[in-house]
Design a protein around this ligand. Structure first.
Ligand SMILES: Cc1cc2nc3c(=O)[nH]c(=O)nc-3n(C[C@H](O)[C@H](O)[C@H](O)COP(=O)(O)O)c2cc1C
Length: 318
């Protein structure tokens, strides 16, 4: 069994956190990852109501006991009720990523809830450690969904592990899709992996069938890190964070032309319609470069158990 400071701190059987994935991972996926021995996180979207958070938390607790919640820091200033709901839900871990997490840190920690944040550069990791964040996630630019895409996972992880002290839990994220990736980051000194894309084709993910088909078909070259979907939805994401998604006709047309897109209501309407219809030539499917390693629809349990078993075998090999 792979035992690390992460498994010790959260009483896990595997050093794997199921990343929060708004729209793709709700209570079902979180519970499945936790039941398999990891820590599953519920992804909270920008518009999610407090009731939704409470319900999802109740479901995950009933099914698995242990769960985490992922909030978007930039959204909490305009939706403080999301933080209130997360506090009331009693999770083991709350991730406050992409923006200023400091206002949320004290309230969460005073309630006995550990706090994680995803960082994309070494200085941000140092600051997070200094501010007392419990779990620093070194999240490289090859990762799926939103993040800081300037540095890849390995250079980032090496820099972060050198920069922060042993008492801070450092997890690695971005492109970890198989046991080889997990073995690599554990060997480097990370306490575990924070995985998103690897779970997207699992039966518990909320990905519709056509989306799942496209994810399984996609290779490592088929993603793009872009702001076009945020611009077209008029979401006020801080400029630092873009979203890595499968490239499609919409990204081919608008990536690099964001100002024009912002001034084009017809394009914004087209995206909204395509999302309704599940037309992924226009609508987004957020996924990282690890999407090339997805080959079949499995359960989340299979994904995390296989990843951990393969990593353990590799780590014993030399
Ligand atoms: C579909 C999708 C949705 C995501 N939504 C969120 C989110 O709501 N909150 C968050 O903190 N991170 C979100 N992320 C980013 C993940 O937390 C994590 O950084 C990423 O999945 C790690 O890289 P990987 O996908 O290569 O495993 C999302 C990622 C994906 C693929």
């Amino acid at each position: 069994m792979l035992r690390t400071p992460l498994t010790d701190r959260f009483s896990l059987g595997l050093p794997i956190v199921g990343a929060p994935m708004a729209g793709a991972g709700g209570s079902g996926l979180a519970a499945a990852v936790s039941r398999a021995g990891g820590l599953g996180m519920i992804g909270v979207g920008a518009g999610a109501e407090p009731d939704w958070i409470g319900r999802a938390a109740d479901e995950a607790r009933a099914a698995a006991g242990r769960f985490g919640i992922g909030l978007m820091a930039w959204n909490l200033a305009r939706r403080p009720e999301q933080l209130e709901a997360a506090l009331a839900a009693g999770p083991s871990l709350v991730s406050v990523s992409f923006g200023d997490y400091r206002p949320a840190l004290g309230p969460l920690q005073r309630a006995g809830i550990a706090v994680a944040t995803q960082v994309g550069d070494v200085e941000s990791a140092r600051r997070a450690e200094g501010e007392g964040v419990d779990v620093v996630v070194a999240r490289g630019g090859e990762g799926g969904g939103h993040g800081d895409d300037r540095v890849g996972t390995l250079p980032l992880l090496q820099g972060v592990l050198e920069a922060v002290g042993e008492e801070t839990l450092v997890l690695a994220a971005g492109g970890i899709a198989t046991g080889r990736g997990l073995a690599a980051v554990l060997a480097a000194g990370a306490a575990g992996a924070w995985i998103g894309t690897a779970l997207l084709a699992s039966v518990e993910a909320l990905t519709p069938a056509e989306g799942r088909r496209r994810l399984l078909e996609a290779g490592e070259l088929d993603t793009v890190s872009t702001s076009v979907f945020d611009v077209a939805q008029e979401l006020p994401w801080p400029a630092r964070y873009r979203g890595r998604a499968l490239a499609n006709a919409f990204t081919a047309r608008w990536h690099g032309r964001e100002e024009e897109l912002a001034a084009d209501p017809a394009a914004r309407r087209a995206l909204a319609e395509a999302r309704q219809e599940g037309d992924y030539d226009t609508a987004f499917l957020y996924a990282g470069q690890g999407v090339g390693s997805l080959s079949s629809v499995t359960t989340a349990r299979q994904v995390v158990e296989e990843m951990a078993a393969d990593a353990e075998a590799l780590l014993r090999r030399w």
